[in-house]
Design a protein around this ligand. Structure first.
Ligand code: FAD
Length: 400
């Protein structure tokens, strides 16, 4: 570790490693990770769009557990609807082995020239005259101050880097998804289908099953923090598992939060950029954040490079990151937020009725238009929801 770098990236998740790799193509970069092993423990259901991922890295079986093309949704009364992935904008989903995937991304950052350190924690920022000038670091118990022109905070949902740099990253309670997940074995479900369960099984969120092959699956749920009703997400998960997968045996339990906010007004400051969960760059409708972390990481890495070339890391140059992010994702996040609100404000009875009505439509039949019109007439909220879903699907297609 040197005393000074062009760019220091805090956190070696997908956002940090991509930011470090991108910046390292032209700059002197340090990537630090507080954990002793990059990628563990895994706090993720590990699902990612094949199309979007392939923009960043050639898919490799070494870190892909399974490839899925089918989706099922279950309503509270147990009605199942088979859904086309295109409805969400995903043709194919990879279920990753994130502990290997995250490590591979960090290796790529190192190969691009970044210095990578594990068991190295950021404890504060060096701030001078209102500008960030480096990071205070604890490495294996010893304290250091390492200077840099730009700091990229990629330290996840519990991010402190933003706060240290004067950016208010506090999430409102209604914008936090409280998650619990088991990686379970003895799961006798089709291994080529992702299943989601909607309604009071996970109020304001949803429960999921992401198959990983070999009768193993990530089974978890997210509940909106304002809808926990005195329980914790693990209580909801245990009830869900006992009812639906009584033979399942856990190999791992993870708990954590996801930011589901459409507010990322301040993701850049003088000498400071925030990416991924740290910047709330996460799909507000689903809580998925791997791709948005990588996409924001790439943008931040590019803008940091530009700041180095122009020898100016003030907001004058770094503002470009904020503008690019808002242009690419600002509008879709507003639509995603509406989908989240629809989900949070729909009762079990409404979900049951909508899906039953939906299933009764014979698409392609002579009366499909009439049936669809009736469905929307009987469920007027659905019209707005479909509009947001359509916008989202088109947006995903443009990205993929
Ligand atoms: P992270 O992956 O959280 O990485 C942040 C890194 O920073 C960590 O390695 C951390 O140790 C390190 N760090 C933190 N503080 C410091 C410090 N002070 N110094 C040094 N290092 C530090 N997303 C999907 O796309 N698909 C899914 O299926 C999915 N399922 C999920 C299921 C659950 C239960 C949860 C909780 C989340 C899920 N997500 C999913 C969200 C996804 O995991 C995150 O959005 C994604 O990991 C964000 O990447 P990141 O790089 O921003 O942050």
């Amino acid at each position: 570790m040197k005393d000074e770098y062009d760019v220091i990236v805090v956190g070696a998740g997908p956002g940090g490693s991509i930011a470090a790799r991108t910046a390292a193509e032209e700059c002197d970069v340090l990537l630090i990770e507080k954990r002793q092993e990059i990628g563990t423990p895994v706090r993720c259901a590990e699902g990612v769009s094949k199309e979007r991922l392939s923009e960043f890295i050639k898919p490799d079986k070494k870190w892909i557990a399974s490839e899925i093309h089918r989706w099922r949704a279950y309503t509270p009364d147990g009605t199942m609807a088979e859904l086309p992935g295109a409805l969400f904008g995903f043709e194919t989903v990879y279920v990753l082995e994130r502990k290997l995937f995250d490590r591979e991304l960090a290796k790529r950052a190192a190969r691009a020239g970044a210095d990578v350190l594990v068991r190295t924690r950021a404890t504060g920022l060096i701030v001078q005259h209102g500008a960030v000038k480096g990071v205070k670091i604890n490495r294996l118990g010893e304290n250091f101050e390492v200077r840099s022109k730009v700091v990229i905070g990629a330290d996840g949902v519990e991010s402190q880097v933003g706060r240290w740099g004067g950016i208010n990253t506090t999430l409102k309670l209604e914008d936090i998804g409280s998650c619990a997940q088991y990686c379970m074995t003895n799961i006798d479900e089709p291994e080529d289908v992702i299943s989601v369960y909607i309604g009071s099984v996970a109020p304001g969120g949803y429960a999921w099953l992401f198959p990983k092959g070999g009768k193993t699956a990530n089974i978890g749920l997210a509940v909106l923090a304002t809808k926990l009703n005195g329980k914790s997400s693990i209580n909801y998960l245990n009830e869900f598992v006992a009812k639906n997968f009584p033979d399942g045996q856990p190999a791992a339990l993870v708990m954590g939060g996801v930011p589901v906010s459409d507010e990322f007004k301040t993701i850049a400051g003088n000498g400071l950029l925030l990416v991924g969960d740290a910047a709330h760059c996460c799909d507000t409708a689903t809580g998925a954040g791997i791709m948005t972390a990588m996409e924001s990481g790439k943008m931040a890495g590019e803008v940091a490079r530009k700041a180095m070339l122009q020898d100016d890391a003030s907001m004058k140059v770094l503002r470009e990151y904020k503008i690019r992010w808002h242009k690419a994702y600002g509008k879709v996040q507003k639509h995603n937020y509406k989908i989240k609100e629809f989900n949070a404000n729909t009762s079990d009875e409404e979900f049951n009725r909508i899906v039953k009505d939906f299933k009764s439509i014979k698409f392609g039949g002579m009366n499909s238009l009439r049936a669809a019109t009736r469905l929307l007439k009987e469920n007027p909220k659905l019209l707005l929801f479909m509009r947001h879903l359509l916008y989202r699907a088109l947006h995903e297609y443009r990205l993929g």
